[in-house]
Design a protein around this ligand. Structure first.
Ligand SMILES: [Zn+2]
Length: 279
């Protein structure tokens, strides 16, 4: 069954909300060093994924984006600058998404149909995003995190793919245009728990992640996300406060091996295939 989607968020490691203010922009971006091993691993496992790519990164590394596309992975938009939608506002967001579509389409020759907001920043106050995604011919969004966290999230959002009503994104609107694939969470003794990627993947043991995903996939499709810098042991060490330090560096040493083992367990596919949007 095509029920497990894999998305790699391809962005500069220093544009994470926790690091943005600390790191100079001319820092080593490690994009190729961190991304090529992932592409090789996916080849080895015959796995195709969705790469949600930041426009600025695609501008700097068009050959990498072309390689990703030519290998048969899906290329989706991760906006242009990786700023959160609430920071951008409607007009700047539209400028960014337009630019992102132009850049990705020029490289691949194909219009992206998938969007993934930086830092899961699709929430009720930014629900205008759906109208703009429709205008630029997107078919799905994978940006709602159905647990409220310190940085992002929407409490009580649906857990299964649905069509958000832009006036109230908690509601399914059959006639809406954009499909939402919410981040995968697990119901654990009556509480929802994030489990399916990024920092959560690094902090929990692999047996627990596998157990959790196996349990959830019995009920609904799952989506697992990772950034190349989640799997790259040499992410430059900078002096951070306790929480950003844990979130940035915890578990890096074993993350690539864990990821390889996880790939063997699930038949991951690009998001567009799991949502039956492939042509
Ligand atoms: Zn991102």
């Amino acid at each position: 069954m095509n029920k497990a989607a894999l998305v790699i968020d391809l962005e500069f490691w220093h544009t994470s909300e926790f690091l943005r203010e600390y790191v100079p922009r001319d820092y080593n971006d490690m994009v190729l060093d961190a991304t090529i091993p992932i592409l090789n691993l996916l080849d080895k496992n015959k796995t195709k994924a969705t790469f949600a790519i930041v426009g600025q990164l695609a501008e700097k590394y068009p050959d990498l984006v072309r390689t990703i596309y030519n290998k048969g992975h899906e290329v989706a938009s991760h906006c242009y600058s990786h700023r959160m939608l609430n920071d951008l506002g409607v007009n700047k967001f539209e400028d960014e998404i337009k630019r992102s579509v132009e850049i990705l389409s020029a490289i691949t020759g194909e219009q992206p149909i998938g969007f993934r907001a930086p830092s899961f920043s699709v929430t009720q106050p930014t629900s205008w995003v759906f109208k703009i995604l429709k205008k630029y011919n997107f078919k799905y969004d994978a940006s709602i995190f159905p647990i409220k966290t310190i940085l992002y999230g929407v409490s009580n959002a649906p857990l299964i793919p649905y069509k958000p009503n832009p006036d109230n994104i908690l509601l399914n609107e059959v006639n809406a245009d954009i499909i939402e694939f919410p981040a995968t969470v697990m119901n654990f003794v009556g509480k929802l728990m994030p489990i399916s990627g990024g920092f959560y993947f690094r902090i929990f043991p692999l047996w627990f992640i596998k157990y959790a995903l196996r349990r959830v996939i019995l009920q609904r499709p799952i989506i697992f996300y990772i950034h190349p810098w989640d799997l790259y042991v040499d992410v430059p060490r900078i002096n951070l406060h306790f929480l950003p330090k844990i979130i940035t560096y915890y578990g890096l040493k074993y993350a690539m091996k864990k990821f390889e083992l996880l790939l063997n367990e699930f038949n991951f596919r690009p998001i567009k295939e799991v949502l039956f949007l492939s042509d």
